[in-house]
Write a protein that binds this ligand. Structure first.
Ligand code: 2PG
Ligand code: MG
Length: 437
């Protein structure tokens, strides 16, 4: 019998993709297997998320994580040594109880999620198989439909435009690798377009082009032009996907656009989104309304849920109870799954299962602050999420995940099925979902 007892837990401070401190954890098991994981970090965050423990004070803008690293090396290590990594739920529950707060602010969401992910990695390593394979066991799995950012915005680009992520999806592709090929052409073409217009100003936090535009609509137009110029049919081969991240510009029930300098109530804002849905081939919209605007979510889904996938991110914060409730309310059609929002692997998996069992689409997602850690590529495939959101098609913290998926697709060989358009979940069986077919 393989000895999967946790023998050592070690935390260190390293640096994330924004040059900010973050927590890395190494786990070693009795059999000698090891696992490593790095905590990601968000910029636009839901108020119900597990929170990172940051040191405050003058260094690194108050973002240092020395206390979180100490929590790993002292309290968490003492509690976990001797537990069996085979029982992930017991390990995660031990950390939740030890922390004792509803939002992990004592030991730190960053300390706990990195430890939880590292334990899972070590457990898979004990079986000498890649993580995706350990998670899938004998289940049928699919390569996820990727959602890839072309232009950044919102909190990731100093609010230059209001919408946070302008992305594409390639449900018309026949494989994961073909979807990446198509995206590479669109991303390259978008760069050329920006250069031609004299507005190529580098990239935003997730590698998408910096949005030096005059309006949200101008970004949408540029996205469609880039798809066409790259040789694809918008709305047939490739569709658009938006993360509105509306909590970032909502206050007291009003949505205020920085560029238009205008304020809208929920119904007026939904009307604007509706116009965009009519004008552009949009397949998916994340957080169209603010996290506390449940009625707005319901109205939006009732009006447009059959035309586009409606994803909850800040609204659901990868919380199984919220997912189940929102599904029962018909407030959306899909849920974003981020391990560091939930806090542990066990809670993340429960949120994903809550989504699947209530018929929602599931999208495993990176954060805007990332690293070389590729665990989400394994979770998206091994748990058969159907969709994966990583950021753009540039910068190694993003490409590492896409490239890991290519290796998984290769390892699956002839068994590699692409989720493609089936990964997307609309409110009803809509015509749009047939695009590319
Ligand atoms: C999101 C993510 C990724 P952040 O809102 O979905 O785009 O951003 O990590 O800043 O929350
Ligand atoms: Mg989001």
């Amino acid at each position: 019998m393989t000895d999967t007892t946790i023998k050592s837990v070690f935390g260190r401070r390293i640096w994330d993709s924004r040059g900010r401190p973050t927590v890395e954890v190494d786990i070693r098991l009795g059999c000698g297997a090891t696992g490593r994981a790095i905590a990601p970090a968000g910029a636009s965050m839901g108020s119900g998320e597990a929170v990172d423990l940051r040191d405050g004070g003058p260094t690194f803008g108050g973002l240092d994580v020395r206390r979180a690293v100490s929590a790993v090396n002292d309290e968490i290590s003492a509690r976990l040594i001797g537990l069996d990594a085979d029982n992930q739920e017991e390990v995660d529950q031990a950390m939740i109880t030890l922390d004792g707060t509803p939002n992990r602010n004592r030991l730190g969401g960053n300390a706990i999620v990195a430890t939880s992910m590292a334990v899972l990695q070590a457990r898979a390593a004990a079986d000498k198989v890649p993580l995706w394979q350990y998670l899938a066991q004998d289940d049928d799995i699919r390569m996820p439909l990727p959602e890839i950012q072309i232009f950044g915005g919102g909190a990731h680009a100093a609010q230059r435009v209001d919408i946070q992520d302008f992305m594409i999806m390639c449900p018309g592709a026949t494989s994961f690798s073909e979807a990446l090929d198509w995206t590479a052409e669109v991303y390259r073409t978008a760069g050329l377009l920006m250069k031609e217009r004299g507005c190529l100003q580098g990239v935003a936090d997730e590698g998408g082009y910096w949005p030096a535009f005059r309006s949200n609509e101008e970004v949408l137009d540029s996205l469609v032009i880039s798809i066409e110029r790259a040789g694809f049919k918008p709305g047939v081969d490739i569709g658009l996907s938006l993360d509105v991240a509306a909590s970032e510009f909502e206050e007291d029930g009003f949505y205020t656009l920085a560029l238009g300098n205008k304020r809208y109530d929920t119904d007026e804002w939904i009307e604007i989104l509706g116009k965009w849905l009519k004008t552009y081939p949009i397949l998916s919209v994340e957080d169209p309304l603010a996290e506390n605007d449940t009625e707005g979510f319901k109205t939006f889904t009732r009006m447009f849920g059959a035309e586009c996938q409606v994803i909850g991110d800040d609204f659901l914060v990868t919380n199984a109870k919220r997912v189940t409730k929102a599904a029962a309310d018909n407030a959306l059609t899909a849920v974003l799954i981020k391990p560091n929002q939930a806090g542990t692997i066990t809670e993340t998996h429960k949120a994903l299962e809550a989504g699947k069992s209530t018929g929602l689409g599931t999208i495993v997602s990176a954060r805007s602050g990332e690293s070389e850690d590729v665990i989400i590529a394994h979770l998206a495939t091994g748990w058969d999420a159907g969709q994966l959101k990583v950021g753009s098609f540039a910068r190694s913290e993003r490409m590492a995940k896409w490239n890991e998926c290519l290796r998984i697709e290769e390892a699956l060989g002839s068994k590699a099925r692409f989720a493609g358009r089936d990964g997307l979940v609309f409110a009803e069986n809509s015509a749009k979902i047939k695009m590319g077919g």
